[in-house]
Design a protein around this ligand. Structure first.
Ligand code: SAM
Ligand code: SF4
Length: 362
């Protein structure tokens, strides 16, 4: 067992009664009743994906949303403009499903990059096709990129993603680095008995290429609802897997609300030489809900205040019916005010959301 600990999670208590004193115009920001302010907008561009990762999507029989149901480029840029102008949102991350399957992604990014003030623009992708698109994405205004890669073993990749496309993902990562996207962060989910034993090799592979790896604890967002709290690989397990080969030292740089706990990494045979960093996102065992700064829009333009919400508020229908910016901002604020204190994954009465991760936007 590791000697390195993660800080204890903190849950906030409400500072205001939502029915007592709150009006949607109180603040020019997106506040909730626990006094958290959302500055980070995650937008799903599509629920479609060209992989079928077992922890995210079903093997077959997925019904994707119709093209008309999804936000258009203009609608997306308008939602971001409202968030930037009315709430001070300064970080936008595009995700999905697989966002690179949207043909208009360059135009969406350049539209957001033209906003004043310009938010920081990030993308989470499986990197398929990224080799041919990275330079144009960067030119359009993309600032940061996260690529999902759980293994560098082709067979394990096929088992986990249910598609034999590891080579395409690796080409995509090369393309991102060649295009000068920096840093390229890698997200990995470890599944027991599938790729957990490969964690040290994956870290070494990333260190060798100057890629910044983050392990994400598996969350109950799989389409098959087969997540098991007792079976999942925890942050403590990840330390135990890495420590025989690496020395991990907590990074003293400020975390600034980031979900990943960062560690400096050295090889045990040469503990004085830092080779890079690794992050651990312990969403399940060390939730960071008290510091959450996120608001989310699904590809159909519905606000979700949390990955684990059971309710959504439909902003797109209001927009399509002619609502002005003020009215849309008020709807968004009203939804966000009700954001729960925490996701409750570790409680007995936790109920997994109906939508899988691919249909929410990770
Ligand atoms: N398709 C893109 C990708 O894979 O990067 C973007 C969407 S994906 C839903 C976003 C992130 O969510 C990925 O890093 C993926 O590994 C992560 N993810 C998906 N299902 C998850 C789960 N059940 N638990 C933890 N992370 C999950
Ligand atoms: Fe697709 Fe990303 Fe989900 Fe994998 S994690 S199935 S790549 S949306």
């Amino acid at each position: 067992m590791s000697t390195i600990g993660l800080p204890m999670p903190v849950l906030r208590t409400p500072t205001l009664d939502p029915g007592d004193g709150f009006t949607a115009h109180d603040e020019n920001s997106l506040l909730d009743q626990y006094d958290r302010r959302a500055r980070d907008l995650r937008i799903s561009l599509t629920d479609f994906c060209n992989l079928r990762c077992t922890y995210c999507m079903p093997a077959e029989g997925v019904e994707f949303m119709s093209r008309d149901a999804a936000m258009t480029r203009e609608e997306i840029v308008r939602f971001v403009r409202i968030a930037v102008e009315k709430f001070g949102v300064d970080q936008v991350r595009f995700t999905g499903g697989e966002p690179l399957t949207r043909k208009d992604i360059n135009e969406i990014i350049s539209g957001v990059a033209a906003l004043e003030p310009r938010p920081n623009i990030a993308l989470t992708t499986n990197a398929i096709g990224l080799d041919k698109r990275a330079a144009k994405l960067k030119a359009a205004g993309l600032d940061r990129i996260n690529v999902s890669l759980d293994t560098v073993d082709p067979e394990t990749f096929e088992t986990m993603a249910r598609r034999p496309f590891l080579h395409r993902v690796l080409e995509g990562i090369d393309g991102a680095q060649e295009a000068g996207l920096d840093p390229v962060k890698i997200n990995a989910v470890l599944l027991p008995g599938v790729n957990d034993h490969q964690a040290p090799d994956l870290l070494q592979w990333c260190l060798d290429r100057g890629l910044s790896l983050r392990f994400i604890e598996q969350m109950p967002l799989d389409a098959g609802h087969s997540w098991d709290r007792g079976e999942m690989i925890t942050a403590a397990d990840i330390f135990a897997l890495l420590e025989p080969r690496f020395v991990l030292t907590p990074d003293s740089a400020p975390r600034n609300g980031a979900p990943a706990e960062k560690f400096l990494v050295a090889d045990r045979r040469d503990p004085g030489t830092v080779l890079g960093t690794v992050g651990i996102i312990a969403s399940v065992t060390r939730p960071f809900c008290a510091d959450c700064t996120r608001t989310r829009l699904t590809a159909e333009g519905r606000v979700r205040t949390c990955l684990f919400s059971h309710t959504e508020v439909d902003l797109l229908t209001a927009m399509r019916r002619g609502a002005d910016d003020e009215a849309i901002a008020d709807l968004w604020k009203g939804a966000h005010w009700k954001k729960l204190a925490g996701h409750g994954m570790d409680t007995d009465d936790f109920v997994q959301p109906q939508r899988p991760m691919s249909a929410i936007g990770g």
